[in-house]
Design a binder for this molecule. Structure first.
Ligand SMILES: [Fe+2]
Length: 296
């Protein structure tokens, strides 16, 4: 049975029904999921119940090489989902299921997700799809916003398109973390994840569309004075996150939202994170097979 797509925004994002995410997909279904991603870039799959961790991982594995293990070290952080190294914990719970302490480094790290970003742009092997499943959501607020960087690129003035065509940005997770109030990174943290460079205009490999590739991780433009590069990154990010390019997702428990990091940005929005538990788990597909040594 073909999937049904109901657009959620004039330029991208759709709600998809007709797929059982707990079952192995047929090759045709995998192709359809991918085609919908190429068209909409953000696909919302509503589910009555959250996936089990194993179902979540199995679903993601069908869509590309999967991230497994940590790609960076946060000093002192205890991993709640350490039995499932494919899953990233983006909620606000500690390993005992309690809300993270106000002064915890893990909380400060996750608060960096409130800046517009693209998952793993700080890595040479980029993230393709992120699959985020909601297990527990606060009673209000805590939406996730997405921006369509293809539509933003299309809308840029030609002079700007020509100016940025060949520019390369350097992306560092520690840059975005310090922007959002994370303390000075430790030597262990810095050594665990050096910066990566990526062109800021990319051709999306499976749709062929041109797109911006931006993130709060972008610290400067290679070969340009730092402040000039930062001003340009800010100008482009402000342009790309205008309301006409942004879909705001209000979560329902059980939702699986898939976004394509190669052509969208996203950000978490605030909620009372010291009062309400929020349990969100992310699986991530990568552009190339993961060959790095496993990091716990
Ligand atoms: Fe993210």
């Amino acid at each position: 049975m073909p999937l049904t797509a109901e657009p959620l925004h004039p330029v991208f994002a759709a709600r998809i029904t007709g797929l059982d995410l707990t079952q192995t997909l047929t090759p045709d279904q995998v192709q359809e999921v991918r085609s919908l991603m190429d068209r909409y870039a953000v696909c919302v799959y509503p589910n009555a119940v959250s996936l089990t961790n194993d179902q979540h991982i199995a679903f993601g594995r069908q869509l590309g090489p999967m991230q497994r293990g940590r790609v960076l070290k946060v000093t002192g952080r205890q991993e709640r989902l350490s039995d499932w190294p494919e899953l990233v914990d983006v909620g606000n719970l500690d390993p005992d299921g309690k809300i993270q302490a106000p002064d915890s480094r893990a909380r400060a790290f996750n608060n960096g997700n409130r800046l517009w970003h693209t998952d793993m742009s700080f890595h040479p092997n980029r993230a393709t799809y992120s699959l985020l499943n909601s297990h527990l959501i606060p009673p209000s607020a805590g939406e996730t916003e997405f921006a369509d960087e293809r539509a933003a690129y299309d809308a840029l003035p030609n002079a700007m398109k020509e100016r940025i065509e060949t520019l390369v940005a350097s992306h560092s997770i520690w840059h975005s973390r310090m922007l959002s109030g994370f303390p000075e990174p430790t030597a262990e943290e810095i050594a665990s994840r050096p910066p990566a460079e990526h062109k800021i205009v990319q051709i999306h490999p499976t749709s062929g569309r041109k797109t911006l590739y931006l993130a709060s991780h972008a610290s400067h433009i290679v070969g340009m004075p730092v402040e000039e590069g930062r001003a340009l990154i800010k100008e482009l990010a402000d342009f790309a996150t205008q309301p006409r390019f942004v879909y705001r997702h209000r979560w329902t428990q059980g939702d699986v939202v898939i976004w394509d990091n190669r052509c969208t940005m996203h950000r978490a929005t605030p909620f009372e994170d010291l009062r309400y538990p929020r349990d969100m788990r992310r699986a991530t597909c990568r552009e190339n097979e993961v060959v790095e040594a496993f990091m716990h």
